[in-house]
Ligand binder design. Sequence first.
Ligand SMILES: Cc1ncc(COP(=O)(O)O)c(C=O)c1O
Length: 410
Amino acid sequence: MQLDLEFVRSQFPAFSEPSLKGWAFFENAGGSYPCMQVIHRLIGFYMKNKVQPHYPYPASMLAGELMDVSYKRMADYLNVNESEIHFGPSTTQNVYVLANAMRPMWSDGDEIIVSCQDHEANAGAWRRLADRGMKVVEWHVHPETGLLSLDVLEGLFSDRTRMVAFPHCSNVIGHINPVKEISQRARQHGALSVVDGVGYAPHGFPDMKELSADIYLFSTYKTLGPHLGVMYVNKELIGKMENQSHFFKEGITRSMLTPAGPDHAQIAAASGILDYFDAVYEHHFDEEAAPAQRNSAIVRLFREHEKALLERLLDFLRSRDDVRIVGPDTTEERVPIVSIIPINKDLKMVYATLTKHKLMLGIGHFYAVRPFMDMDIPIEPGVLRISFLHYTRMEEIDQLIAGLKAALDE
Ligand SMILES: Cc1ncc(COP(=O)(O)O)c(C=O)c1O
């Protein structure tokens, strides 16, 4: 079974938008195109339900229901309990709140291990706990490959380790870390795992039960949806954390980790992502299935398609001796996020030529400053990042390769 790309692309207004015609989008790790189901729900909420939710008059009741449905459906898709899903403004802010909520769980001198492969979102707020009595232990990446090693991790644990923070996959290297194994090791040492899934989730939602991390975060503006951060927090944990909301919200789990009033319309619109996933499932499969099973079926379709495209791109990049691929150069255990550095060519000039070829890409450090420090890659100008999703076409990869050839050969 192959992904029906025409069907997939018909669900994204950006692909029929005249002003974007001819432009190939390769900055998906920065933020994806939204599917039409999300846009419709967002507009619908603003048109009909933009009132304070959960009062007993019709527009308000429906506003509340539309939001509640998003919590429930997101939980079902991720295979967790509804009370374990928290929508906040962004992953950066969610981690910031978490760090404050979790600090009182620990004593002065307790240790947390923080990876150096992370985007700063899952690093800075934890590192700041060093000023509040915690010992921060750095889990460095390999200076050439950029990979995190489990053997290195093993040597970092002590009887005071309380938490390990690391990414499911880095937003510049794209290599998928073995979350289950790392989380299990952390657990064996009595430590919690906090996983930044922002780089991974756009390529298919994981099954949280299978993954077994204690806390998992991702951002829906990179998963075809509105600008929110989703946080899964194991329900055993929330009672141990300090309430970060108003004092009278103590015990209301949905509020305790989201002190800022959540964006109602965007929470309601988040369901649109799942409408889209349902539509993809129904288009490709006949059998009835529960959300978590539908999810794993479509994730397989997404990943296979992405892998074929990635293979073509990496074949091209490996054939060049004037480009460095940052991190591993194979399709194994990786999502299609590929950072490159041209050798002997000015990065910004290369970028400018790519733009002339109607290629939309990212350039810079992408807030992944720490992995670049470990790898001795200057953050200015940084790297050129190519990232795509299941809605990308092989023709767009060819357009990219043609642009890269022109930029590198000129
Ligand atoms: C891997 C990774 N983690 C975290 C973030 C931060 O997410 P947010 O913008 O929702 O704070 C990003 C954003 O680019 C990211 O790529």
